[in-house]
Design a protein around this ligand. Structure first.
Ligand SMILES: C[S@@+](CC[C@H](N)C(=O)[O-])C[C@H]1O[C@@H](n2cnc3c(N)ncnc32)[C@H](O)[C@@H]1O
Ligand code: FES
Length: 454
């Protein structure tokens, strides 16, 4: 039999309810991380494939790992064993005898008994009408999310800094000491902080992504998610009433800045993909409708010195866009226009008009109107580009697009996610001659309409 790799490792990463033994609870993620580091460090990536897998029925002995093609089983693997396993087994081809589990008969009995017990437990739960774990987790899924969002709102990770106790942290974040301690302990339970004695410390991930002073701090962009969370709590009323419910938090002073920071976070990496997918051949003038942080115009300007972009956005966003454009050093090529894309002429002679993450904010009628005015503003062979989360024809998926539609229900007057058929139909009705879809890596796709050459 042909094996594509010299060794194939299966590492069990099964999670089970709290209190039930599992490889995940016994530390298989740390083993996985150590394996990856060690394999890269020894340059064995071309010889070894690592695959995570579900329960193998040997949960009391976890973390469990099997190495094929020989079928060598390891149990109770610790991150500190990994260097030896990689060096001796994967490097020199000799299994680490002290960790190998050789009692095949015992393993088989244990796995079969586990399977029988599992099936019996599932049947008993089913008979008793117990809510399935999947549904229970979905229903309570907001708790960890809310806990992290509150920590971000209160800037807890910056207050933890290099390590601090609950009283000092509560003083720094201007919060109640007892409640702060409860929040900090919950963050420890979620693996976002560690605690030793009275001292709480950020995990390397929390320090990197959530704390002040780190260049990769995402807190501002993530605060937009925290803002949106308050809107999601109006979903029931929004579904009853058919549109968003206005909440007082909408006008918090940092709202616009957080929103544009979130847009920048999403767009920064995607902009390069979009430039690549559309190309710059024949592109000289771009109109970027609702350009937000300007990420797409910036990427086009950097891709070719001959490209000039105009970003149209609302007056309160334009000063923020100006900052991003100037930081990127492309102010000579990217101009800003304050205005309302729902009204008025866009101008004339553009080669490309961009609608990145825009159409979902508006109703069908508003989008049809934007497409008509965009068609007029394009030069011959010019392209109108919609980037969005595109629904399937039944509008039941992908899940991200279907959930995002509700995000628009709670956040806008008449926005929604739309399907490819809808965008195509609106573009054709606006006189675009050819309409194509380009799928990018990730959740959003492009719908490109071409105006017939004149
Ligand atoms: C979801 S963001 C997308 C930003 C950017 N295109 C991107 O993909 O990163 C929507 C942008 O449209 C702007 N916007 C919303 N309504 C607008 C309107 N009526 N006229 C002009 N811009 C608008 C917002 O201020 C925001 O910058
Ligand atoms: S959870 Fe890993 S073997 Fe069961």
């Amino acid at each position: 039999m042909m094996e594509p790799f010299r060794f194939h490792l299966f590492v069990c990463t099964q999670q089970k309810p709290e209190g039930v033994p599992s490889c995940l609870a016994s530390g298989s993620l740390a083993v996985l991380g150590a394996l990856d580091r060690e394999i890269q460090a020894r340059d064995l990536g071309h010889d070894v494939q690592v695959t995570t897998c579900g329960c193998m029925g040997l949960c009391d002995e976890g973390p469990v790992m099997v190495i094929y093609p020989a079928g060598v089983w390891y149990r109770h693997v610790k991150a500190s064993d990994v260097a030896e396993i990689v060096g001796t087994h994967l490097g020199d081809g000799k299994p680490v005898e002290r960790l190998v589990w050789k009692d095949a008969a015992a393993m088989k009995t244990m796995a079969i008994e586990h399977g029988e017990k599992y099936r019996a437990a599932m049947a008993a739960r089913d008979k008793a009408g117990v809510l399935p774990d999947r549904l229970d987790q979905m229903i309570r899924g907001y708790m960890p999310s809310r806990c992290l969002l509150t920590a971000l709102e209160l800037d807890v990770f910056s207050a933890v800094g290099e390590g601090s106790n609950d009283e000092k942290i509560a003083t720094t974040i201007h919060a109640n000491a007892r409640a702060t301690a409860m929040l900090l302990n919950a963050l420890v339970s979620l693996g976002l902080l560690t605690k030793s004695g009275d001292t709480y410390t950020n995990t390397p991930e929390s320090a990197r992504f959530f704390a002040q002073g780190s260049k990769d701090n995402h807190r501002h962009g993530l605060l937009h998610v925290a803002n949106i969370w308050h809107r999601w709590s109006t979903l029931t009323d929004a579904v009853r009433g058919g549109t968003r419910i206005l909440i007082s938090r909408d006008d918090t002073p940092g709202w616009t800045r957080d929103f544009i920071a979130a847009m920048q976070r999403n767009a920064k990496d995607r902009a390069g993909l979009v430039v690549k997918a559309l190309g710059t051949t024949g592109v000289r003038r771009i109109l970027d409708l609702g350009g937000g942080s300007g990420a797409y115009s910036i990427a086009f300007a950097k891709a070719s010195p001959e490209i000039c972009c105009e970003i149209l956005d609302v007056p309160e966003v334009v000063p923020l866009t100006t900052e991003y454009v100037s930081q990127a050093g492309v102010s000579a090529q990217v101009k800003l226009r304050a205005g309302d894309m729902l009204h008025g002429d866009f101008g004339l002679g553009y080669d490309l008009i961009l609608l990145n993450a825009i159409c979902h904010m508006f109703s069908e009628e508003q989008n049809r109107d934007i497409f008509r005015r965009a068609h007029r503003a394009l030069a011959g062979n010019g392209r109108l580009v919609v980037q969005d989360f595109i629904l399937n024809p039944e509008k039941t998926g992908p899940q991200h697009a279907a959930l995002f539609s509700l995000n628009m229900l709670v956040s806008t007057d008449s926005g929604a996610s739309y399907s490819e058929c809808e965008y195509t139909e609106w573009m054709k009705a606006a006189d675009f001659s050819a309409v194509n879809r380009i799928d990018l890596h990730g959740p959003s796709s492009l719908i490109v309409g071409i105006k017939t050459g004149l």
